[in-house]
Design a protein around this ligand. Structure first.
Ligand code: S3P
Length: 174
């Protein structure tokens, strides 16, 4: 039986959390999941629709509930939503696992998000939208991501496979 604590991937939208989670789980021979997909399954609708019907606060409540259920998972890599670090209760839950922060400059994220088909449904605007929104969110969130992270990876200079490799080496040591 193995009981490795979960690895949580945190970081802003477009940092590649889901892609890296899958590749990392392959390397570590464990399972992976995307917390936003779990949330959408439970809610029976897309995140965009939750924002429209119920508002961001309800989305954040669901996000916390999903995290509470996942925080004790073993041998699992979990890709979290970009705003999971905003609530104190979530930051405490993340301490149950190994927290890896994937980061990239705002312009890089802006280009990636424009090319990502998931963006429309999974990523409703959080404020004014566009590059200005990303810059603003990074300004607000970077210190929080930094505080939560056990390990940080710059994703603009590496492929998802390379990132998974670096994280898996770190994961094995801990
Ligand atoms: C959000 C990021 C999204 C999703 C929701 C809110 C955020 O997840 O949870 O749209 O506040 O940054 P991804 O980081 O997987 O895009």
């Amino acid at each position: 039986m193995t009981t490795r604590r979960p690895i949580f991937l945190i970081g802003y939208r477009g940092t590649g959390k889901s892609t890296v989670a899958r590749l990392l789980a392959e390397r570590l021979h464990c399972t992976w999941l995307d917390a936003d997909v779990e949330l959408e399954k439970r809610a029976g609708k897309s995140i965009r629709q939750i924002f429209i019907d119920n508002g961001e606060e309800t989305f954040r409540d669901l996000e916390s509930a999903v995290l509470r259920d996942l925080m004790n998972a073993t041998d699992t890599v979990i890709a979290t939503g970009g705003g999971v670090v905003l609530r104190e209760e979530n930051r405490l839950a993340l301490k149950n696992g190994l927290v890896v922060w994937l980061r990239a400059p705002a312009e890089v994220l802006w280009h990636r998000l424009n090319e990502d088909a998931m963006t429309r449904e999974r990523r409703p605007n959080l404020s004014q939208g566009g590059l200005a929104e990303i810059e603003e969110m990074l300004r607000l969130r970077t210190p929080i991501y930094e505080r939560c992270a056990d390990f940080t990876v710059d994703t603009d200079a590496a492929t998802p496979t390379e990132i998974a490799e670096v994280v898996s080496r770190f994961g094995r040591q801990t």
